[in-house]
Design a protein around this ligand. Structure first.
Ligand SMILES: Nc1ncnc2c1ncn2[C@@H]1O[C@H](COP(=O)(O)OP(=O)(O)OP(=O)(O)O)[C@@H](O)[C@H]1O
Ligand SMILES: [Mg+2]
Length: 292
């Protein structure tokens, strides 16, 4: 059967499967007949517990693993052809870099690998170093970088040839909350620029903030897929968050809701999130340090 590939899909898989032979008699199922589509210009979150097949999916999409069954296409092209990957940037889950190169040299190195040279390359290196917030550390060797700083360099190298599609395997692993928010904002910026992003992450709040659609894998199978807003909307309930009403007015409204046949399931002051509290506190700390 030939795969129907529409021009608007960045990634498309059909029955994509990968079995790993771990001993003579044992095989492990990495991915089991995955069918899914990532449309152009969407941010798609691939979620799932450890070992559910997220990284295996990415490696199959990049042609780094040979599928046991099925196939994957990038922009309509079978991933077996090298040219399918020309417009794809990849951040692996454990990026490996030369520790004696500086941040800037690393990004330049990857730019050269993609055939970039001269002024265009230098401009791109500076732009990316600034984009991932490593200007102050650009001349330091990677051997002395923290985990989050390495992750940022990984993102910069993934974007070096200005790819149409980015495959990000845990971009926020080891990154502090502020760094994670910067990466989230960067993903939103890239989406605005028209990029397509496949994101694997365990930070569900962030996934909720940036992804248009998500898919949840378990034991190598897709067990739930859909539009994030749609999946999270409780259609049988409705909520108001009210400001400026007296206790008495609130009680009156509460009684009216009861009279109309409604039932109040929760009431009280909404809580802020730990993320908001953390950011507020750290920013105040920054201001104190700068004497503001
Ligand atoms: N090279 C390999 N050899 C043998 N088994 C493998 C290999 N790569 C992956 N697997 C197995 O395939 C399954 C899926 O692994 P995968 O790395 O895709 O999970 P994941 O969803 O990315 O998990 P995590 O959240 O921990 O990154 C696991 O059972 C894993 O042990
Ligand atoms: Mg993984």
């Amino acid at each position: 059967m030939d795969m129907v590939s529409s021009t608007s899909s960045a990634i498309e898989t059909r029955n994509l499967s990968k079995h790993f032979r771990v001993s003579l008699r044992r095989k492990v199922i990495g991915l089991d007949k995955l069918n899914f589509v990532v449309r152009e210009n969407e941010v798609y979150g691939l979620l799932g517990p450890n070992g559910s097949g997220k990284s295996t999916t990415i490696k199959l999409i990049l042609g780094l693993y040979q599928p046991t069954e099925g196939e994957a296409r990038l922009f309509g092209m079978n991933v077996e052809s090298v040219s399918s990957r020309v417009s794809v940037g990849f951040l692996p889950e454990n990026p490996y870099f030369y520790k004696y190169l500086s941040g800037e040299e690393t990004v330049r190195f990857f730019g050269r690998l993609c055939g970039m040279r001269g002024r265009a390359l230098e401009d791109k290196v500076s732009e990316l170093i600034a984009m991932v917030g490593l200007e102050r550390h650009r001349h330091r060797r990677l051997g002395g970088y923290s985990k989050g700083m390495l992750q940022r360099i990984g993102l910069a190298q993934a974007m070096v040839q200005d790819p149409k599609l980015l495959l990000l395997d845990e971009p926020t692993a080891g990154v502090d909350p502020i760094g994670s928010i910067e990466i989230r904002d960067m993903i939103l910026k890239l989406k605005k620029m028209g990029k397509t992003i496949l994101l694997c992450s365990h930070l569900l709040d962030q996934v909720q903030d940036v992804c248009d659609r998500i898919g949840i894998l378990q034991y190598g199978k897709m067990i739930l897929e859909g539009d994030v807003k749609e999946l999270l909307t409780r259609k049988d309930q409705y909520q108001y968050v009210i400001e400026g009403l007296s206790q008495e007015a609130r009680s009156q409204i509460g009684r009216q809701i009861g009279d109309k046949g409604g039932r109040i399931l929760r009431e009280g002051s909404p809580q802020t999130t730990l993320e908001q509290l953390f950011l507020q506190t750290v920013r105040q700390g920054d201001n104190r340090q700068e004497g503001i």
